[in-house]
Ligand binder design. Sequence first.
Ligand code: G6P
Length: 578
Amino acid sequence: MCGIIAYRGKRSAGEVLLHGLRQLEYRGYDSWGIALKNGHELEVVRRTGKISASAPKLARHKGLQLGLGHTRWATHGGVTESNSHPHRDCSGSVVLAHNGIVENYQELKRGLQGHRFSSETDTEVIAHLVEKELAGGAPLREAFRSAFLKLEGRNAVVLLSGEELLVAKSGSPMVLGLGDGESFVASDVPAFLRYTDRAVFLADGEMAVIGDDVRLYDLQGTPKPLKEETIEWSPEQAEKGEYPHFMLKEMMEQPEALLRAGNLPKEDLAAAVAMVRKAKRVFAIGCGTAAQVANLSTYLFSCIAEMPSQFAIGSEFSHLKPAINQDTLVIAVSQSGETADLLEAVATAKERGAKVLAVLNVKGSSLMREAHHTLLVNAGPEKAVASTKATTAQMAVLLLLAHAVAGRADEGKRLIESASRAVREMLSRSEEMRALAQRLRDRQNIYIIGRGMNYPVAREGAIKIQEVSTLHAEGIAGGELKHYALALVEKGTPCIVLGSGKDILGNAMEIKSRGGDIIGLSPERSEVFDTWIQVPDLGPASAIVQLVPLQLLAYHLGIARGMDPDYCRNLAKSVTVK
Ligand code: G6P
């Protein structure tokens, strides 16, 4: 969703901002804009569409370099230049960019009689609110603080006025980058990682003022110390390098990412094990792809640790409130740690006294701050909207956790090492999946069936195909087939069958008898398969390996159908609004 970058320092602000915005493109956007302070003048550029296609020449000037930029994923108001950020007040001396939704913007707008609005956005209200406070005599910081406190919803705002940048957040992510005589503000670290690895993650209810120095306050105006962290990701990790797409690069990084995931610090794992053992009830939650990993964890806990647990989609969790209390452990799975639906579920869980364990990729994210304990999966920066390496790394961490709960952590670690080798082998067979994608590219539907751990894998495989290629795909539990989905099978309907157990092959036979085109992904060949792709049997780690050919298929289907695999239609990487 929306991405923010702001800069104050000695470099060319135009270049820093354009680079930052390009680094944030992965979040998904439909328009973008930049405001640059040029002496006393403010240069504002706003465009719809992609940055590379329309990046203008931005003026370079001498002296202090100051500006902010934004990629917009439309929520309030269509995709137009006038709705693109940055937005200004009537005087043009306050300019700002925003991520989130001002839920009470209509009410606030009614209180801004006499102000001239030039967009349909909720964001513009903030600029006029600040203007109103300034007109009432408040100094800039007070005006900003007081305006921000009036906003309802999950919001992050960066404002430029005079020679200062002001930032505040109450939900959407925001991180400061500290350099030598220069400062950055961004929605995500890769936007400034090229220039500095020193970061301060803003917590909800904090604001920062960036002038000649950087100061942090709470929203009551009380100063707070800056808690600086060093980012361990290298700038190269966040670049495409030799690969044509981030998605391909990230899939190819899975063998190493799995090894890192399997190497969790012992003390972190021990603390998580203690939380699981102490709980009377365990809920695993997540959204989108992370929900499928959460679902898989219930199979892992059951089969490895013989422990019951439940699964819920993040956005559905609050409906299960009565079952949550201080004896509940919620395992929240996420790549970004910024998914609004998940954060809300975590807040619900905490309100009811539950403990929260995060299984997370992005260090310093909101989820990490909210959780009582975090297992970082350490997959490195993931930029393609469709998650791949973070997903398999989350699976590995949960596999390890289940083994550790059963007192067999070493066995879990060895399995992950085997999975890493098997994934490397699967990735070397990308051509096989490309050929299959060519064959399937014009079909209307693809069904994927699996049982046990292969069921969440089937669902995740279908999600990948939908997101990346826009071809309709559905993951179905093998046993459910004859309860509904068999009605959809006709001559030539492609059906991917995961595994070669007796029951799933029975399901495959039912489809074949109705003319289905059976593609088997399994350790052993079966005569029911029209096409067979061999995937090794690694016991409970098989799910990790089984997913990889489905990721490759989704990628190649996307390309074969003329899509850009890195930018899924209508989707955003980090969904920070409900
Ligand atoms: C978005 C993305 C999905 C992702 C989901 C959860 O919808 O498009 O790919 O699975 O958010 O994201 P998270 O960062 O919490 O894992």
